[in-house]
Design a protein around this ligand. Structure first.
Ligand SMILES: O=C(O)c1cc(C(=O)O)c2c(n1)C(=O)C(=O)c1cc(C(=O)O)[nH]c1-2
Length: 236
């Protein structure tokens, strides 16, 4: 009896609560570096270091989404997911999220070439991003899609970030914030879509727990990335 009860699947409401609890406890909005960013106490050098290193994450998002895309066998699901790649890569040169992040860099005084130069990326950031890409490459579809559910928390973070940048970092050209403005809507839509898929696919308790663990792993990726940025270069 007890064993049966223990392994009974959560209701959709309970499952959603579990997922939201992971983000509430472990999302990178609570990281000390992010807290300082929003308080307005980052130096120019620290903010530029974050922009350079986060670009490494940004440019790998469409790569991990292509790996996820290859796991779908349903055309309509593929059609939905391919839009995420287009959001980042744009329809043509000069479009899309990666281009907007490059403009964010320029608005903060970082040359495009320095953003594109992967040799400037901190080792911890490289490992965190590799970890996320490989997770999506190697794990089942459910786990890979569940890992993207941090995006449920991203729109609120974007709104707070836009506000903090406008208030505390007037030396950044505000045109550069277009990346964050676009992600408020895109992130909300992506998060809702991914949640619908995860609720539909994870029917057993074991699958539900795997989804919760995947989201926890992704929170660790984002947290570790900020740890590395916070610590900064080890030498030089
Ligand atoms: O700046 C952020 O705090 C933040 C967080 C996240 C996230 O929560 O994973 C993403 C993004 N930004 C983002 O810009 C983005 O394109 C994105 C894609 C994904 C994903 O896992 O598919 N997360 C995020």
């Amino acid at each position: 009896m007890t064993a049966l009860h223990e392994t009974a699947p959560w209701t959709p409401g309970e499952f959603t609560e579990r997922l939201r609890a992971v983000s509430a406890e472990r999302y990178h909005d609570r990281h000390p570096f992010n807290v300082r960013m929003h308080e307005g106490t980052l130096t120019r050098e620290e903010l530029r270091r974050w922009i350079v290193n986060r670009f490494h994450y940004q440019r790998h998002i469409p790569v991990k989404d292509a790996l996820i895309l290859a796991k779908f066998d349903d055309p309509s699901l593929r059609r939905g997911w391919v839009r995420r790649i287009q959001d980042h890569d744009g329809e043509k040169d000069g479009d899309g999220g990666i281009e907007r992040w490059l403009r964010l860099g320029e608005a903060a005084g970082v040359e495009r070439g320095d953003l594109l130069d992967a040799s400037r990326v901190l080792p911890g950031v490289r490992l965190a991003v590799d970890g996320y890409v490989n997770f999506c490459r190697l794990r089942p579809l459910l786990d890979a899609v569940a890992a993207s559910l941090t995006e449920l928390s991203a729109p609120d973070l974007m709104r707070t970030r836009i506000d903090a940048f406008e208030r505390h970092y007037p030396w950044i050209d505000m045109e550069g914030l277009a990346y964050f403005r676009t992600r408020v809507e895109q992130g909300g839509r992506d998060g809702r879509e991914a949640l619908g898929l995860v609720l539909e696919w994870a029917r057993t308790r074991e699958e539900q727990e795997r989804a919760v663990a995947a989201l926890g792993f992704k929170c660790d990726v984002l947290w570790t990335l900020l740890d590395a940025v916070d610590r900064g270069p080890g030498c030089g």
